[in-house]
Design a protein around this ligand. Sequence first.
Ligand SMILES: Nc1ncnc2c1ncn2[C@@H]1O[C@H](COP(=O)(O)OP(=O)(O)OP(=O)(O)O)[C@@H](O)[C@H]1O
Ligand SMILES: [Mg+2]
Length: 280
Amino acid sequence: MTPAIPKVVSIAGIDPSGGAGLLADIKTFSALGAYGCGIVAALTAQNTQSVTGVHTSPVDFLRLQIDTLFADIPLHAVKLGMLASAQIVGTVADRLAHYAAPFVVCDPVMIAKSGDALLAKPAIALVREALFAQSFMVTPNLPEAGVLLDRRPPETVKEMYRAAEALRELLPLSSERWVLLKGGHLPGNEVVDLLFDGDRMVEMPAPRIATRNTHGTGCTLSSALAALLPQYAGGFRPVENAVRHARDYLLKAIAAADTLQVGHGHGPVHHFHATWPRAS
Ligand SMILES: Nc1ncnc2c1ncn2[C@@H]1O[C@H](COP(=O)(O)OP(=O)(O)OP(=O)(O)O)[C@@H](O)[C@H]1O
Ligand SMILES: [Mg+2]
């Protein structure tokens, strides 16, 4: 029997430049064999250089989007991106609990690559207390790890180990939950991500790719995870192998980013590096 094509939803913000947020998430789902759905938590006015405005979805309407979609489509995974406000975080956590949504990958987005804030301060406690309880995997970068743990962001791989352990303590301890701590913000020729389930720490190093076109790397990685986790379920070391596949996809998308030439700031990664024919 052919396994069912996973139906995956992103609950996130819209970046009109298409490099990050819901549009990038849908591209990633599509590139990795998942059917993509999207629920809009916020609109942004944004390009590759800056975010010039944010308009959040009214929470009643956000709840209506979630309830209407879940009433019809059994979803195999959920990616959470920019949720903008405490009210939205609370509503999303409440609905995910109600539907016992599987493979919730929470990218605790706080600041855009351009430096603009994407999450209101009062929402942070609610991310930690309500949203993490519903998350199968969380994927903070180093500044986000610092904020979530209320300490200075890790500055070495060794400090990343301690942070990954502390982050795991923020997730329910009695069931399978994973931390993917992203090391993109440490300097050096190597980028190291850490995967930790409370038991085994897996260090995932990769050579740093020299490009300024890294807009949406975090969005792309978390979406790749949501697309792939259901496809690896039931296999050997399913989560570790899904993460390796997702990182491999992202690294190739970063490596091909310069061919896209979008905008004047941090351009997007190439989501369809493996499938687009290139005229020679
Ligand atoms: N230049 C690079 N070369 C190789 N891998 C990279 C590079 N930059 C980031 N990565 C990888 O991309 C992923 C995203 O990491 P990063 O720490 O940049 O996340 P992020 O800050 O959340 O991204 P975003 O700003 O898009 O939200 C990680 O797996 C990281 O290792
Ligand atoms: Mg990010």
